[in-house]
Design a protein around this ligand. Structure first.
Ligand code: SF4
Ligand code: SF4
Length: 326
């Protein structure tokens, strides 16, 4: 015990450091949003959350928005207890039959103009629960939805950014939020996982992992990244850290409307991957070998660097501009 107390006096604490102070642009964004919302809305944006039958995965990420790291309230976004005080109705989970009436009544209680945001894959499409005797499926089957922010669970930065856009839009400071056919914000879900993956160079050179723990491309052990729209490998999960394939997990396509049925079975090579990863093998082998050749020459010191008196670089001291010493 004495040893631990002594170590505690000498060692730094094992806790993470506090996030750095807000930079100027973030502060300015917060102030301009607060100003715009005060002018147009008379107050800040209020959000009423309804869990319509979620597994609580998305709730954990939404709760995180109120912690010191994300600090949602600095932008004037607040969660409220009553739907009558809300501008935005935030719904998570598929709509379980038991919650269907409660959700309709909550929607009716939110004053106009209101926005409805579905957060998480189950809210957007029904997800793993789908439609059954116990579940109505997606939120849009029960009430009109304005924006879908998918993911299993929803990525907190993506969600906060969507709320900020909505606040600007409601305040008249931004046009309609750009959405794709599945009502996902285009700037967040416009690129594939593959396009932002740290392992994409391994794919291009046909270096494929055959087991977990490898740093090579994971497509042969089940990664759906080439055909899945998600920005998580680029954005990371918390503070830019993480992002499924970047840290060794396959992408299971949790932002796609076909999730999970169309992406099953996980952990097996996706069907399309067999053709593409076979085709890329001769191309990847050629590129890999050409690069190895160039890399070999770059990895040696140039021959003209020697300590003999003659110059072998092509430099001619008889020319008038030649002023360098030997
Ligand atoms: S791990 Fe997945 S996302 Fe990354 S390069 Fe391979 S296939 Fe693409
Ligand atoms: S990378 Fe794939 S599994 Fe990870 S959050 Fe994005 S869609 Fe889901």
């Amino acid at each position: 015990m004495r040893k631990f107390l002594f170590q505690g006096l000498l060692r730094r604490p094992l806790t993470e450091r506090a996030p750095p102070a807000d930079d100027a642009s973030l502060r300015e964004l917060g102030e301009s949003l607060a100003r715009a919302s005060r002018e147009k809305l008379g107050r800040s944006l209020s959000i009423r959350h309804v869990d319509a039958g979620s597994c609580n995965g998305c709730e954990l990420e939404i709760h995180a928005l109120n912690n010191a790291f994300y600090d949602l309230e600095r932008f004037g976004l607040h969660f409220v207890a009553s739907p009558r005080h809300a501008d935005v109705l935030l719904v998570t989970g598929p709509v379980s039959r038991n919650m269907e009436l409660a959700l309709r009544r909550t929607y009716d209680a939110v004053p106009d103009p209101k926005r409805v945001v579905a957060a998480g894959e189950c809210a957007c499409t029904g997800g793993i629960f789908g439609r059954s005797y116990a579940s109505c499926g997606a939120i849009s089957r029960v009430i009109p939805v304005d924006v879908n922010v998918p993911g299993c669970p929803v990525q907190p930065d993506n969600f906060m950014e969507t709320l900020l856009y909505l606040l600007r839009q409601l305040a008249g400071a931004a046009p309609m939020i750009p959405l794709d056919h599945a009502l996902r914000p285009k700037w967040l879900f416009g690129m594939t996982v593959h396009e932002g993956c740290d392992r994409a160079a391994f794919y291009e050179q046909s270096n494929f992992a055959t087991e977990y723990g490898s740093r090579k491309c994971l497509v042969k052990i089940g990664c759906w990244g080439p055909v899945v729209q998600c920005n998580v490998p680029k954005r990371g999960w918390v503070g830019g850290v993480g992002g499924c394939p970047n840290v060794g997990g396959i992408c299971i396509g949790c932002t796609m409307p076909g999730f999970p049925d169309k992406l099953m079975p996980f952990m097996d090579e996706p069907p399309g991957a067999r053709i593409s990863s076979t085709l890329i093998q001769p191309y990847g082998a050629l590129i890999r070998n050409l690069r190895r050749l160039t890399n070999d020459t770059l990895n040696k010191e140039p021959k003209w660097r020697h300590n003999r008196p003659q110059r072998t670089t092509g430099y001619n001291p008889d020319k008038p501009q030649a002023t360098y010493p030997l």
